[in-house]
Design a protein. Structure first.
Length: 262
């Protein structure tokens, strides 16, 4: 049965990041629980990447399963154009009222735009940033600034803000919008600090912010938003960088009137 399944997969499916001419190996999964995958041939694998970070609570979680089952008894799907429903408003209320906590009320989240994937959320955020300045009468702000080493998705808008050299999208370079790329932030956390002065979240050693500041200040008139992965670049190699970098970036964006997308 496993061999037939794999043959059908080979004949009919095209997997992400896989060559059609020389497809890599795949494993046929029968069921999952916790952090483990049971294959069709009986072997058990430990999933160390949580299905690309999507199953952070583990597979087959009873509370999540129960919630899905309850929802399926009502409706599996309803369009969101002109319609709403209780789960959406409940989730939005939780995010708006509880996400940032009492210590961040000066940056209160006010609205939620629901998306069905990471790439779509980035596309929507980029479009919102561009539309914001267009509606403000500043149409010259059409560029996005980010850092090298980043990954934000695989749709066209997302590819334009991924690393232009070491990313996976070099073949599309001629058709993508040209955005701005600062140097990758320097790694800084207690386990790698070489200066002996690192204090974790309060670290103020050289974090490589100079490149970002110079590029943003010199192009502020045409930059709509800065986008980057906070604290860690995942697909870019699990590259950690200092929280101080994010603090300074938040302050600089506020000073220059540039939107900040995490």
């Amino acid at each position: 049965a496993a061999a037939q399944l794999l043959q059908a997969d080979h004949d009919l499916l095209w997997h992400p990041y896989t060559s059609m001419a020389k497809p890599g190996p795949v494993w046929a999964v029968r069921r999952c629980a916790g952090a483990e995958m049971e294959l069709e041939d009986g072997r058990v694998l430990l999933d160390g990447m949580s299905s690309w970070w999507c199953t952070i609570h583990g597979y087959n979680h009873p509370r999540l399963n129960s919630a899905v089952e309850r929802q399926l008894r009502d409706t599996a799907h309803v369009m969101f154009g002109g319609l709403t429903h209780r789960p959406a408003t409940q989730l939005a209320s939780l995010l708006v009222h509880d996400l940032l906590g009492e210590t961040h009320r000066d940056r209160k989240l006010e609205k939620v735009f629901l998306c069905d994937s990471g790439s779509v959320s980035v596309e929507v955020a980029l479009k919102m940033a561009l539309q914001y300045f267009y509606m403000k009468g500043e149409p010259s702000r059409r560029r996005i600034l980010t850092v090298r080493g980043g990954y934000h998705g695989d749709t066209l808008g997302c590819m334009a803000v991924c690393d232009p050299v070491k990313g996976m999208h070099k073949m599309f370079a001629d058709v993508l919008p040209k955005h701005l790329f600062a140097d990758r932030p320097r790694g800084c956390h207690p386990g790698s600090c070489r200066s002996g002065t690192c204090e974790g979240a309060a670290c103020r050693v050289d974090d490589g912010f100079d490149s970002m500041e110079a590029l943003l200040r010199s192009n502020a008139a045409e930059v709509a938003a800065v986008i980057l992965e906070p604290v860690v670049q995942g697909a870019g190699g699990m590259h950690m960088y200092s929280p101080s970098y994010l603090d300074k970036l938040r302050s600089l964006c506020d000073e220059l009137g540039v939107l900040l997308i995490f």
